[in-house]
Design a protein around this ligand. Structure first.
Ligand SMILES: Nc1ncnc2c1ncn2[C@@H]1O[C@H](COP(=O)(O)OP(=O)(O)OP(=O)(O)O)[C@@H](O)[C@H]1O
Ligand SMILES: O=P(O)(O)OC[C@H]1O[C@H](OP(=O)(O)OP(=O)(O)O)[C@H](O)[C@@H]1O
Length: 337
């Protein structure tokens, strides 16, 4: 198979600008993760213009090309080293990892093997969580049906887009239930569905499903309830084991980390009498330590400290209680550590 760089060159042969020397960075082309991923790129000052219908965009201010791919395919491109970096859900990374293990097992069973050095380079490495796209891959059954626990589904039909994770999950259940009667073949029938998985039970295609849940509204609307969680997911930045430009990967990771920190923290500033500083500093310890300056007014100090956004209301209450005055909260646009 030619390198993705070559494939892209062929596909976009009319594009005058070259991809030569550019780091390939995969971004979800649609769906739940797209907008938050674009916001992160903007925060990291990765500037590009995406022509309509083109799945590739050259970054203007860095030697990077963005490749817009379905979120579920990104781990394959990154895992095979065709693309160096990617943003996708941890669920899709887990599904890809399970598919690699299954393929390896099948090859071993049929007497084939892959050279170990090639195998060592396959797979995605998680660089960091990105703070959005939280959801759970859950086993779901009809609310008013006959199935109450996961083991009730052994030997039944399960609809899912996550066929390898579902197969591993039910293989585990079957092993537990039978204390292994030596059977290797999965008794539970995993049916691959590419979307609208929740409809499978109502339409008689499946007895249960394995699908993503966030608010639970889709599940509820389909008359389903969760009975177990297979994987908890969040969007992640992943890199290939042998990226084309490791320094640039580190630079992007560092910029993205800075943007995420800025999104998660606010800067809290307040004035406090010197004798009350110790109590107040316990409430706002900061990421490293609070910054403390003298005020022109005798006996008073000015403190500034980073506080987690989700805790700021409680922190302000506690500061006021501890004697802090003039409490201000400021948004942080960007950070770097
Ligand atoms: N309801 C949700 N809330 C939060 N994150 C989700 C939700 N559904 C999916 N995700 C995350 O977003 C990723 C992409 O899912 P999404 O459904 O947006 O994909 P898609 O590319 O539009 O595919 P499809 O065409 O199958 O819907 C998932 O792998 C998961 O990590
Ligand atoms: O718990 P909820 O908040 O209701 O979210 C769950 C739904 O979100 C995802 O689908 P999405 O809406 O992205 O579309 P899809 O069914 O086409 O994958 C997922 O596949 C569920 O169907």
């Amino acid at each position: 198979m030619p390198l993705i760089e070559e494939q892209i060159h062929e596909t976009f042969a009319n594009n005058a600008e070259s991809l030569e020397g550019r780091l390939l960075f995969a971004v979800p082309k649609k769906g739940r993760l797209l907008q938050a991923a674009l916001n992160l790129l903007e925060g990291a000052d990765i500037q590009f213009r995406r022509e309509s219908r083109l799945d590739i965009a050259l970054v203007k201010n860095l030697p990077i090309a963005l490749v817009f791919l379905p979120a579920a395919d990104i781990p394959t491109f990154v895992g095979e080293g065709r693309v160096s970096l990617g943003i996708t859900g941890r669920d899709t990374v887990a599904e890809h990892a399970a598919s690699v293990v299954a393929a390896k097992r099948e090859r071993a069973e049929s007497g084939q093997s892959t050279p170990t050095d090639e195998e060592d380079l396959i797979g995605c490495e998680e660089v960091m969580e990105l703070g959005f796209g939280s959801c759970k891959l859950q086993v779901q059954v009809p609310e008013k049906g006959q199935y109450a626990k996961p083991s009730d589904l052994i030997g039944k039909n399960i609809g899912t887009s996550f066929v390898h994770l579902a197969a591993d999950y039910f293989a585990g259940l079957e092993k537990e239930a039978a204390e292994s009667n030596g059977e290797k073949k999965l008794k539970t029938n995993i049916i691959e569905l590419s979307g609208s998985v929740e409809a499978a039970c109502a339409l008689g295609v499946a007895d249960g499903i394995v699908d993503l849940v966030e608010s639970g509204e889709t599940m509820k609307a389909a008359g389903l309830k969760p009975i177990d969680t297979v994987v908890s997911s969040i969007a992640v930045l992943v890199k290939s084991k042998k990226p084309s430009n490791p320094q640039l990967v580190n630079l992007i990771a560092s910029r993205i980390r800075g943007v995420i920190t800025a999104q998660q923290y606010v800067l809290c500033q307040y004035n406090i009498r010197r004798e009350k500083l110790a109590d107040a500093a316990k409430i706002t310890p900061g990421k490293r330590a609070p910054t403390i300056n003298a005020l022109e007014e005798e006996g008073w100090l000015a403190v500034s400290s980073m506080v987690e956004k989700k805790k700021i209301a409680t922190v302000m209450d506690e500061l006021a209680e501890a004697g802090a005055a003039d409490i201000l909260v400021l948004n942080i646009t960007n950070t770097r550590y």
